[in-house]
Design a protein around this ligand. Structure first.
Ligand code: MN
Length: 256
């Protein structure tokens, strides 16, 4: 039987500890190829680099550092860089949570989403660390192996990927897995204004907001309870439940 071929990417960059832990763990399941940004591209979301060429450096056999975004990495991998078709795309392990509205900005989720867009099963894995200070990548790596192994035998809809968030705990303290929905955060903190040495104002985007909707069925709730949260997410942003309301409203618009 052909060995399982796993494509790994992330948004923290190819030299981040999380992607190294994930790579080591998934090698137990098959043949791993790593294609990841050459630097931290967290917050890149699904962006593609269209205004300049993208450089790819093979830093080791089957390990490619890319001068682009996470979505660029997976897109290039599946549209010309690799001479084979992987069986699955796994993104991570991100050094902090991607829960609730984080998923909208996350490059970790975007790399998985790009894989799913291009027809492959896909998983994003994040370690829900406190204050971006991750401790237990090995726990998330173990969870990743279990999820990937099961996903290969699952039939998920072709537009659905899995967003996995792992509590930052020793493996023995993790209580299991739970299927969740995305929660929601409060609006992010205000931007932080600073001045450069020439007196010009500059800004840092402020930290994400605290949990707002963290009810019992959410990702936030599961992780807080020591469970690995698995949320099926989809690329379709259509608010299906509002279609009729908006259609009725649109019908009242006078013609242009
Ligand atoms: Mn990141």
């Amino acid at each position: 039987m052909q060995a399982l071929r796993i494509l790994i990417s992330n948004d923290d960059g190819i030299f981040a500890p999380g992607i190294q832990a994930l790579t080591t763990a998934l090698q137990a399941l098959g043949e791993v190829t790593v294609i990841a940004p050459d630097r931290n591209r967290s917050g890149a979301s699904n962006s593609l680099t269209l205004s300049q060429p993208i450089r790819v450096h093979e830093v080791a056999p089957g390990r490619y550092a890319v001068s682009g975004t996470p979505a660029d990495c997976v897109h290039l991998a599946l549209r010309g860089l690799l001479d084979f078709q992987p069986d699955i795309v796994v993104s991570g392990i991100n050094d902090s949570a991607n829960m609730g509205d984080d998923t909208l900005y996350s490059g970790t989720v975007a790399a998985a989403m790009e894989g799913r867009n291009l027809g492959l099963p896909a998983v994003a894995i994040s370690l829900a660390s406190a204050d971006h200070n991750p401790q237990h990548f090995e726990t998330a790596a173990h969870a990743a192996v279990m999820v990937v192994r099961r996903l290969l035998h699952a039939q998920l809809p072709s537009d659905t990927l899995l967003n996995v968030n792992v509590p930052d705990l020793p493996l023995a303290l993790v209580k299991g897995f739970r299927c969740t929905r995305l929660g929601m955060r409060h609006p992010g903190a205000p931007a932080i204004k600073q001045f450069d040495p020439r007196g010009k104002a500059m800004y840092w985007i402020g930290p994400a907001g605290d949990e707002a909707d963290a009810g019992p069925d959410t990702d936030f709730h599961a992780v807080r309870a020591g469970l690995v949260s698995i949320t099926p997410i989809t690329m379709d942003l259509t608010r299906h439940s509002s279609l009729q309301t908006v259609a009725d409203w649109v019908a009242t618009l006078s013609s242009l």
